[in-house]
Design a protein around this ligand. Structure first.
Ligand code: BG6
Length: 495
């Protein structure tokens, strides 16, 4: 793979995302030899730093959060020569003139025209301001070489997402816009497509005739941490389901693309969103459950309830948990429920997709010869365990014919020795290469918003009287168990 000379301009250059994710990702791309000889990272923010001070700050972030551990002195010394800082005011045209001079200077020094990636790791109210100012300063004209990466949340609701898309479309070609959903960069998430479309085994049974139901569960043991101000205006539906979980659902449910081109893959995914059943007010009552965590104990420590967290309204109506039963109304999936759940302060941090197949049509083994009976399941564990397991029935060793459920396991740890890259490494490299396959297209974002809006409306209009309705370190509200138990199933968890 060949990468062209590149300037990364990181808005929010002193922020948490850059320290935890972006800087370590760029550094690891450098270590692994993916970056071109000529590259520059220009961090920008309101606080004053010299280049040296900024480099020291980035090093702290890399030392604390890089998957490759503490930076090697010689490698870091080499890398830091490419790092710069520019104090900026995103609303001031002078800022953009300075960027322009810097980029010209890099181009002159490198004797080329570099690719420029503007990375907006800032609060969403700055997206329109920065995008418009970049355009005014003439920094977005080169549609081949300039790209903008937009972090989530992409819009607060359907209207604001449409507005933002319209504004961006006035400035950029769609091929310049990289809307990030970092779940799509995760190794195990990318592997869903490899698994489905590079094996002949699964496609024939990947439909309503063989699959009984699908579960997508992304639980986190962390609470809202120090993001109370953002989260209280957002909630689990906006923060996780509208983007990450629906994207996982699309990967499970999509039709086979003709090839692996970005437009093909993204077309097939948006078709899933378009086929998903819209919620009536009655569906919201029957098929959507919300929760908010209360105080509890986690690993021996008392943790506050959501309403006691910093920068959270003491009477907040924001959900920190959501469980929804979706349907995909098309030929392949008619009648197959997709149960989706996510929550904070849950008993376990685990992202797992479970595909449960239908039972055998006729059981030839008597009940007394079955120690445990489990319909076949395919379990895709995204994190922290990275594995795919197929649960099958087998004969337990012994004289008698006794059946039990066993796992056939493909486990990353046991199979590969090399460390998987972080999602942001994959996505940043793709942005450098101009590959949009793993990024969200404007219509995908809007269709996902359309789907969740009726649920959000219903929840906003009716304050939950039961909040908090699950305690920290639990599996969420009882109603979430009831949602799936009504259909005869239960939420699957890895041991
Ligand atoms: C982010 C959400 O997009 O994803 C966070 O805003 C959430 O609330 C995070 O914690 C989860 O990501 P990961 O990669 O840790 O599963």
């Amino acid at each position: 793979i060949h990468t062209d000379p590149t300037v990364f301009v990181i808005f929010g250059g002193t922020g948490d995302l850059n320290m935890r994710k972006l800087a370590p990702a760029i550094y690891n791309l450098f270590l692994d030899g993916w970056l071109p000889g000529n590259f520059a990272v220009v961090g920008t923010g309101r606080t004053k730093f010299t280049d040296e001070e900024y480099r020291a700050k980035l090093l702290e972030g890399i030392n604390s959060f890089s998957r490759s551990g503490k930076a090697d002195k010689a490698k870091w010394d080499e890398f830091q020569k490419h790092v710069f800082y520019q104090v900026s005011d995103a609303t001031d045209s002078a800022t953009y003139k300075e960027f322009s001079h810097r980029i010209d200077a890099f181009n002159a020094e490198w004797k080329t025209k570099a690719n420029v990636i503007y990375y907006l790791a800032v609060s969403p109210n700055f997206f329109p301001i920065i995008a418009s100012n970049l355009a005014k300063a003439g920094l977005t004209k080169d549609t081949k070489r300039t790209r903008i990466v937009i972090e989530k949340p992409f819009g607060h609701d359907l209207d604001s997402a449409k507005e933002l898309n319209a504004l961006l479309a006035n400035i950029f070609d769609e091929c310049q816009i990289y809307r990030i959903d970092h779940y799509l960069g995760k190794e195990t998430v990318q592997n869903i497509m490899a698994f489905r479309f590079a094996n002949s085994l699964f496609e024939p049974i990947w439909n309503r005739n063989f699959i009984e139901h699908v579960q997508i569960s992304v639980t986190e043991s962390l609470g809202v941490e120090d993001r109370g101000d953002y989260y209280d205006g957002s909630g689990a539906m906006r923060d996780m389901i509208q983007n990450h979980l629906l994207q996982l659902l699309c990967l499970v449910a999509m039709e086979t693309p003709i090839n692996f081109d970005a437009s093909e893959v993204r077309d097939r995914k948006v078709e899933v969103l378009r086929a998903m059943r819209k919620f009536s007010p009655e569906d919201v009552r029957n098929s959507a459950v919300r929760g908010q965590y209360g105080q509890g104990w986690m690993t021996g420590k008392e943790v506050p309830g959501y309403r006691e967290e910093a920068k959270v309204d003491a009477e907040s109506n924001t959900e920190t948990f959501a469980a929804i039963k979706f349907f995909v109304d098309n030929w392949r999936w008619q009648g197959v429920p997709f149960y989706v759940r996510t929550g904070k302060r849950m008993h376990q941090s685990a992202s797992v997709i479970t595909i449960q197949f239908k039972d055998v049509p006729h059981k030839i083994f008597p009940a007394e010869s079955t120690e445990s009976w489990q319909q076949n399941r395919l379990i895709i564990s995204i994190q922290p365990e990275m594995s795919i397991r197929l649960q099958v029935q087998a004969k337990r060793p012994g004289i008698d014919m006794i059946l039990n459920a066993v796992d056939m396991v493909f486990d990353y740890k046991g199979t590969y020795t090399n460390q998987a890259p972080e999602a942001y490494e994959t996505l940043l490299l793709d942005a450098m290469l101009g590959d949009q396959t793993l990024f969200m297209r404007g219509d995908q974002v809007e269709t996902a918003w359309e789907l969740v809006m009726p649920i959000l409306h219903a929840w906003q209009n009716k304050k939950s009287l039961s909040f908090p309705n699950y305690s920290a370190d639990s599996w969420g509200p009882e109603a979430a168990e009831a949602l799936i138990a009504r259909d005869g199933y239960h939420w699957f968890t890895l041991p």
